[in-house]
Write a protein that binds this ligand. Structure first.
Ligand code: DGI
Ligand code: FE
Ligand code: FE
Length: 194
């Protein structure tokens, strides 16, 4: 399906606020793609699609996973909103006919990240956090600047701030969020040393 058509369909199901966020992630991802030599069109498409399952109810997210043999972890079972990435990738594939694995992974892992992300996955993870419409996270100004200087270090910063925020709220941490932090923390230490 053409990107214009996909955008039209996403606009129809998302609230005005969510769609503004979607567009923010899309063009922020395009800018990061310029900086980090990623395919700009692919970054644009991934940004547009990343929250395409966000409007779906938690019950429906769970049932869609069960019906489509998508594995659901214990944390996801008790916090099904965490599944909107996995279901988003499913929709991108089934409804919009996209089969690029990297693109689908960028959608799947946009909330928690994962160890060993591709450049596109990192771009979407970071763009989701820093897009211009975001305003609630601390240190956003510094994180936005950092995103255009060191992508891996930015992931350490974002996951670290997210873990602190979740702990303060006493919210359940998805093991994948912690694994992402550990991985990029270790990676950044290695890069500083070498
Ligand atoms: O869908 P968006 O709101 O654009 O952004 P997102 O998909 O990154 O989801 C953001 C929310 O997800 C934010 O409130 C923090 C939360 N989150 C990220 N990692 C975890 C998490 N929530 C829980 N409970 N556990 C996590 O590990
Ligand atoms: Fe999301
Ligand atoms: Fe988002």
């Amino acid at each position: 399906m053409k990107i214009e058509k996909i955008e039209e369909k996403i606009k129809k199901v998302q609230s005005e606020k969510r769609f503004a966020h979607t567009k923010g992630v899309q063009y922020t991802a395009m800018c990061l793609a310029m900086k980090y030599d990623e395919d700009i069109d692919k970054a644009s498409l991934a940004g547009l699609l990343h929250d395409c399952a966000k409007h779906i109810s938690e019950e429906k997210l769970l049932s869609l996973c069960l019906e489509n043999d998508i594995p659901v972890s214990e944390t996801e079972k008790s916090h099904p909103f965490l599944l909107h990435g996995k279901v988003g990738a499913l929709i991108a594939k089934k409804k919009f006919g996209l089969d690029d694995e990297d693109l689908l992974n960028a959608i799947t892992y946009h909330t928690t990240g994962r160890p060993g992300m591709s450049v596109l996955e990192k771009i979407i993870f970071v763009a989701d956090y820093i897009e211009p419409g975001r305003n609630s996270a601390e240190n956003l100004k510094a994180v936005r600047k950092m995103a255009f200087e060191d992508l891996d270090l930015t992931i350490v910063k974002i996951t670290s701030d997210t873990l602190n925020y979740l702990n303060k709220k006493k919210a359940a941490v998805d093991p994948m969020t912690k694994m992402t932090y550990d991985h990029y923390m270790k990676e950044s230490v290695i890069n500083v040393r070498s």
